[in-house]
Write a protein that binds this ligand. Structure first.
Ligand SMILES: *Cc1c(COP(=O)(O)O)cnc(C)c1O
Length: 457
């Protein structure tokens, strides 16, 4: 399989090149030249376990890693999960919940980042190269990125987080990792400061090249690809129904875009329910066809506190019948005017049902599911479950994706259910462990100096 950019400036890059490139160098996103139709293979794949299914679903998109090596990479990616099914499907009242949080950091990002770490280290070993990853986190994604590459030869990771502004659990999940290749930089500033630092370091192109600096953000194609798998998995777990609906708590549009790809591949997925919190830019778009930036709201589901969804451009590319020029024009219009309008909101547009969920509704949903079905969910999952129940068609199975374990978001869960025990042994075990973090001024030169110093050895 070859990849090209949604803006038309890049063509014919291989899978491995696409993974190493991350963001396309013309400012667009990488997409496969074709999306294979796997419908004829669906019966054959029934009964495969999660890693075996994952290898089959992803292989048509690879091409430049041989099948047995790739299969081995995939198996290794899911060995770190603590559930034999990797992603179990659990009935909760009238809906089913697909638990994507059984990885090492208890968040669905592990599904993609454990795999990305394996793919990176395979490519680097083959090329005898090293990669230095720089990231910024408000707390939610840093630990999954770290867990994906800790201890891997040829990779170092530097994660900036705002000192004192992540939750204590989130900080512990990062700073208790003591591997030599992991550097937690606690920045004396806000998350915005961390993101600005990230931009200024990456904008220093000579520095970026000299130090082989890379990112692991959610636009990496390998991350999307790994997420396509569990839509197929869900269908088999449901017993291969004629059709099914899935509700997806959405921030950067990575998770739900993977569902879009699965449907394009021929999976009998019916509706994609796009669930946002009060940051409802995407809900408004799929209501009206108008993509209009708003102010960021801070909610109880912080991993979805996003206004401009980084993977959305991939959907637009297909919506515009794979016309790179139309995609680029829409995005440029949006950048210039903070608003852009879809002229013809039909076709793929109709695959989505979108709505926004308030904090009150999400916390109410946590309380409801617990009181009626003894099921404890995290606030992101609750956003999706709320809409799963709202839009459920009695004749079609409805699945809500669970994106984090509730114990990761104990204060929101406690607001919904004050007296309820909410722990996880992986998190409890972190209390009292030794930690390591490096205090850092919010100064790009200080960050660059630190990176240079720790990359020369
Ligand atoms: C990242 C994340 C999301 C949002 O997923 P996107 O792919 O960005 O849409 C939802 N819930 C949790 C817990 C997350 O970490």
């Amino acid at each position: 399989m070859k990849y090209r950019s949604t803006r038309g400036g890049i063509e014919s890059v291989s899978f491995k090149e696409a993974v190493m490139m991350g963001l396309a160098s013309d400012g667009g996103l990488l997409v496969p030249e074709t999306i294979p139709n796997v419908q004829p293979k669906l019966d054959q794949w029934a009964g495969l376990d999660y890693p075996a299914l994952a290898a089959q679903v992803m292989l048509p998109f690879v091409g430049d890693i041989n099948e047995s090596v790739f299969t081995e990479l995939v198996h290794r990616s899911y060995q770190s999960f603590d559930h034999p099914q990797v992603a179990p499907l659990v009935p909760v009242g009238d809906i089913k919940v697909l638990e994507l949080f059984h990885g090492p950091t208890l968040a669905f990002k592990d599904i993609a980042l454990q795999f990305l770490g394996e793919v990176f280290s395979h490519i680097l070993a083959e090329r005898n190269e090293t990669l230095n990853i720089l990231g910024a986190t408000s707390g939610d994604t840093g630990s999954a990125a770290i867990a994906g590459v800790r201890g891997k030869p040829g990779i170092r990771i530097f994660v900036m987080f705002p000192e004192g502004r992540t939750s204590p659990i989130q900080e512990r999940q990062m700073t208790t990792v003591l591997d030599d290749n992991v550097f937690n930089l606690s920045i004396d500033g806000s998350f915005d400061d961390c993101q600005n630092l990230l931009k200024s370091v990456f904008n220093d192109l000579p520095f970026k090249q000299e130090l082989a600096l890379g990112a692991v953000n959610s636009v990496n194609w390998a991350r999307v690809l790994a997420q396509v798998v569990y839509y197929f998995w869900t269908w088999y777990q449901l017993g291969q129904p004629k059709r099914f609906d899935v509700s997806v708590p959405t921030g950067n549009f990575g998770n739900i875009f993977a569902g879009f790809v699965a449907k394009r591949m021929g999976l009998p997925l019916n509706r994609l329910v796009l669930a946002t919190n009060e940051n409802d830019i995407l809900a408004r778009f799929f209501d009206s066809g108008v993509y209009q930036r708003g102010a960021v709201h801070f909610t109880q589901s912080p991993a979805m506190d996003i206004q401009v969804a980084s993977n959305f451009e991939r959907y637009l590319f297909y919506q515009f019948s794979e016309d790179a020029k139309a995609t680029a024009e829409f995005m440029q219009g949006f950048q210039a005017n903070a608003e852009a309008k879809l002229k013809n909101p039909t076709g793929y547009f109709d695959w989505f049902v979108a709505d926004a969920v308030s904090d009150d509704e999400a916390l109410g949903s946590i309380a409801d599911m617990y009181q009626h079905y003894q099921y404890l969910s995290d606030p992101h999952t609750a956003v999706g479950c709320f809409l799963a129940n709202k839009y459920r068609d009695p004749d079609v199975p409805m699945v809500a994706l669970a994106t984090a374990h509730p114990a990761k978001f104990e204060s929101a869960v406690e607001q919904a259910l004050p007296e309820t025990a909410n722990t996880h042994p992986i998190l409890s075990a972190l209390t009292g462990l030794p930690t390591r973090k490096i205090p850092m001024l919010r100064d790009p030169e200080a960050v660059k100096g630190f990176i240079r110093q720790h990359c020369s050895s």
